[in-house]
Design a protein around this ligand. Structure first.
Ligand code: ADP
Ligand code: AMP
Length: 215
């Protein structure tokens, strides 16, 4: 099964992808995570992407489609994939079709997380992750069971993203509205789009996604 989680920054894509990985053994391909790893490692891709990401703008289609292709090649054909934060533009949607087709894969579901924009700044400015395993948390909405200790790996170091500030979030939302939301009709025409209320609590969103995916 290959699915896209679509929604603006802070909609809950990463949170739900991590649940699907834990519960269904799928693999999460987050272009944002892969780009942040490239920035940290100082690779040529990372050097090109760093300033663009800090500004909240979009990295080039060629770069992100390239890293998705490389990531798909590392997976066995039967592994289910969750695309998180990709595609974000019409050319990326076209590339994804080609990348999947070349590998005998097809897109089964596009799940749109519908959220109020007003809530997103609050979600994003409260977001942090485990520095060891990447598990996602929130200052108010998703705290570790034991304060300061990651539920998943027991790590005690946490980090926040440099682009998770109010000003950059506004740019990222504008990019979503202008370039990403317009790709939905491509998938609607194929009858594979489902909508979920992303304002519900995390468990309720996960249950709604589970209903769509079945099994
Ligand atoms: P995205 O991957 O779409 O940018 P995240 O999954 O990182 O979004 O979620 C953004 C922040 O909001 C995180 O700190 C997460 O813990 C929190 N969050 C995610 N889903 C919900 C929800 N349904 N209700 C409240 N907070 C949520
Ligand atoms: P995310 O982790 O999905 O919020 O992405 C963080 C940042 O990485 C974005 O604001 C963009 O600068 C960049 N990025 C991630 N995915 C893509 C993509 N598919 N296309 C272009 N830029 C991306």
């Amino acid at each position: 099964m290959n699915i896209i989680l679509l929604g603006p920054p802070g909609a809950g894509k990463g949170t739900q992808a991590q649940r699907l990985v834990a519960e269904r053994g799928m693999v999460q391909l987050s272009t944002g995570d892969m780009l942040r790893a490239a920035v940290k490692a100082g690779t040529p891709t990372g050097l090109k992407a760093k300033a663009v990401m800090e500004a909240g703008e979009l990295v080039s289609d060629e770069i992100v489609s390239g890293i998705i292709g490389e990531a798909l090649d590392k997976l066995s054909p039967e592994t289910g994939v969750i695309f998180d934060g990709y595609p974000r533009t019409a050319p990326q949607a076209e590339s994804l079709d080609a990348l999947l087709g070349e590998r005998g894969r097809q897109l089964d579901h596009v799940i749109e997380l519908e959220v109020d924009e007003d809530a997103l700044v609050d979600r994003i400015t409260g977001r942090y992750t485990c520095a060891t395993c990447g598990a996602g948390y929130h200052d108010r909405y998703k705290q570790p069971k034991v304060a300061g200790v990651c539920d998943t790996c027991g790590g005690t170091e946490f980090k926040r993203r440099p682009d998770d500030n109010e000003e950059t979030v506004r740019t990222r939302m504008a990019e979503y509205r202008a370039k990403t939301a317009p790709i939905l009709p491509i998938y609607e025409a194929r009858g594979i789009v489902s909508r979920v209320d992303g304002m519900a609590d995390i468990d309720a969103v996960a249950a709604a996604i589970g209903d769509i995916l079945g099994g």
